[in-house]
Ligand binder design. Structure first.
Ligand SMILES: *Cc1c(COP(=O)(O)O)cnc(C)c1O
Length: 355
């Protein structure tokens, strides 16, 4: 049976990305060696990193003066690397969910942290809009897509201080104005690559302004100076990321990814709003295009396990909601075809007819 992969992360990748990576695992560039058994300093591997960096810059139209890094540690390590490198006295954070909270917790070890607003009281079902960013903060940190709660900041914001964004789960899903940020980071396992590589886009001149000692591995400058090769980088996930970047470019770039994301999200939200059994959990204006969360209406609550079973039997994978929201979550990342979203909608309609 065809599987429709709605996993939240690690998640769906384009088929050709998986096939090309599989080929390189068996034989990298006709070298007779596997991608997994070559040196990251092999002359054939440097072009992989170079092309991945170049495609990042091209696809996101990253201006001069920014570096693109491929590191280990996940977005979770960035929660501490960001304040290590940027927080001298005070930082401002917008609290929009589990990942923001984790970022805030780490920052508190480095200085004063102002939580400008939070939607915690409403179980993070919306993105706060009414807040003031302190003009004396070193930076303002946002999570653009809240993977767990299904809300998304779909526009670049204006801020009196430099903006830093966790874009783990919506990078490459829309054009962004990188010049508005000093740092953008994320785990690649949502929309780019298998788990194991973290991307960081950092403005070079924003670095070097904190007075503390930064441990070598946690200092962005180390990785800029060494082209992401200070230590052994995650060779296989970087190779897979390159395949995804080539795929995005061939499909028409981030503008096309955005068009598809809107199309898919509109289809599924329309069904959620129409179907008598289901209701969306996020405020309409903040609905995420990447992670679509919905639950059974209270009067049909007892059908939740039945629907999960029904959908699973029809090939849906990974639609069980995160425990903090319950119900269902359909993650519709770039590689998710419209046909899979339609298959889920068909399931919802069939199930509705039975009740
Ligand atoms: C998944 C996720 C993280 C955590 O990423 P790791 O790479 O597992 O550390 C952080 N932020 C967001 C928005 C995420 O979706």
């Amino acid at each position: 049976m065809k599987k429709h992969n709605f996993n939240a992360g690690p998640s769906i990748l384009p088929r050709e990305v998986i096939e090309n990576t599989a080929k390189a695992v068996l034989d990298f560039n006709d070298s007779g060696l596997s991608l997994m058994e070559i040196s990251h300093r092999a002359k054939d591997f440097q072009p992989v990193v170079d092309e991945a960096v170049a495609l990042f810059k091209e696809l996101l139209q990253i201006p001069e003066g920014y570096s693109v890094l491929f590191l280990g540690g996940g977005a979770s390590l960035e929660f501490c690397m960001v304040p290590f490198n940027f927080l001298e006295k005070k930082a401002a954070y917008l609290n929009t969910g589990t990942w923001s909270k984790k970022a805030i917790k780490e920052a508190k070890a480095f200085g004063e942290v102002i939580e400008v607003a939070s939607s915690a009281d409403a179980n993070f079902s919306f993105i706060p809009k009414d807040y003031t960013i302190p003009a004396d903060a070193d930076y303002f940190h946002i999570t653009t897509n809240n993977t767990i709660f299904g809300t998304e900041l779909k526009k670049d914001i204006d801020s009196p201080v430099p903006v830093i964004a966790d874009m783990s789960s919506d990078i490459f899903s829309r054009p962004i104005d990188v010049s508005k940020y000093v740092c953008i980071y994320g785990g690649a396992q949502k929309n780019l690559a298998p788990a194991g590589v973290t991307f960081v886009i950092v403005k070079n001149e924003a670095l070097g302004k904190v007075s503390r000692y930064i441990p070598t591995m946690l200092n962005y400058q180390t990785h800029i100076d060494n082209g992401s090769m200070f230590n052994t980088p995650p060779v296989l996930p970087i190779y897979a990321a390159l395949q995804t970047l080539r795929w995005i470019k061939a499909q028409g770039g981030v503008k096309e990814m955005e068009r598809r994301a809107i199309e898919k999200a509109d289809m599924l939200y329309a069904e959620i709003d129409r179907n008598k059994l289901f209701v969306g959990t996020a405020a309409k204006e903040d609905r995420s295009r990447m992670n679509i969360c919905f639950v059974m209406k209270p009067e049909f609550k007892e059908l939740e396990a039945d629907f999960l079973k029904f959908a699973t039997e029809r090939g849906m994978v990974g639609i069980k909601g995160h425990r903090s929201v319950g119900g269902f979550r359909a993650s519709c990342y770039n590689a998710m075809p419209k046909e899979s979203v339609q298959a889920l909608i068909d399931c919802m309609r069939e199930f509705e007819k039975l009740h």
